[in-house]
Design a protein around this ligand. Sequence first.
Ligand SMILES: [Zn+2]
Length: 153
Amino acid sequence: MARPKNCRMVSEMPGVVYFKPRGIPLTDLEEVVLTVDEFEAIRLADLEGLYQAAAAERMKISRPTFGRILESAHQKVAEALAQGKALKIEGGAYQMMEMRTFNCAGCQHLWQVPPGTGRPTECPACHGRDFHRLNSGLEAGPAQRCRNRCGKK
Ligand SMILES: [Zn+2]
């Protein structure tokens, strides 16, 4: 693996990054490390139920690459479950999607929308239609930002 891996787009960081089996002292515990892009693959395919082609599109990678990431992720989760290992989520070749922020003029609600999903039709809080985008200066494509933000392994 001499060449740097392509960045995989990730829309959400995991809320919990460490899972530990109950009753095993830390000193005896082995860890499995799931990368953030592997976590995202599981989230998209297994939780959101996306087809691999659609999930690959979301992460801006090819479908075979997505398949490999997902397979590796499943293997690691299975290993942690079957062998009672801790599961830690960190690292990997990924970058966060540039979320778009909208602000409602009616109720001042602020919310974020991932790129490529179109403009929201209404404020999710008050269903008002008088809202505007806050960070319109950050429209630059993710590819140009990749080098600076990519998680290094
Ligand atoms: Zn509102």
